[in-house]
Design a protein around this ligand. Sequence first.
Ligand SMILES: O=C(CO)[C@H](O)[C@H](O)COP(=O)(O)O
Length: 160
Amino acid sequence: MSEKRLVIGSDKSGFTLKEAVKKHLEEKGYYVEDVGTLDLENWFPYYVVAPRVAKKIQSGEFERGILICGTGAGMSIVANKFKGIYAVAVEGSYTGKMAKVVNNANVLTMGGWVIAPEQACDIVDKWLESSFTEGFPEWRREFLNNAYKEVQKIEEENFK
Ligand SMILES: O=C(CO)[C@H](O)[C@H](O)COP(=O)(O)O
């Protein structure tokens, strides 16, 4: 990854896991901007937090973001409503890596009800350490680059 900075957010069900992931990343030297929930007394639902992260990526302020709710699903659904956001809900390290290598995901979502902190930190590490198309032969790299462009065309048609 080119920059050691990212934006993170959670609702109340993702709060504890978000805190663990944030601490892990800060210990690794990342600048992590937290757009909430910042404390459990003043929580925000997933449909409020996901747009905050999506907009910070759309604006170019951050290249990547992490969103954590109870299951990872609601955050993914809402983030993917924003043009240029490719959010994948992930529960394992292999899928975390492949979300970047295959799909060029710029947002990773996870579930605080689903994943233990140690596993979540490993998922995040694998995703951050990976790059789009890495490790594949040329024919598949070409396929994936083309697939990404095709997805962008679908966005152009459907995001008015
Ligand atoms: O998993 C979720 C959305 O996909 C939410 O975390 C779940 O609906 C619970 O919401 P809250 O934390 O606000 O009680």
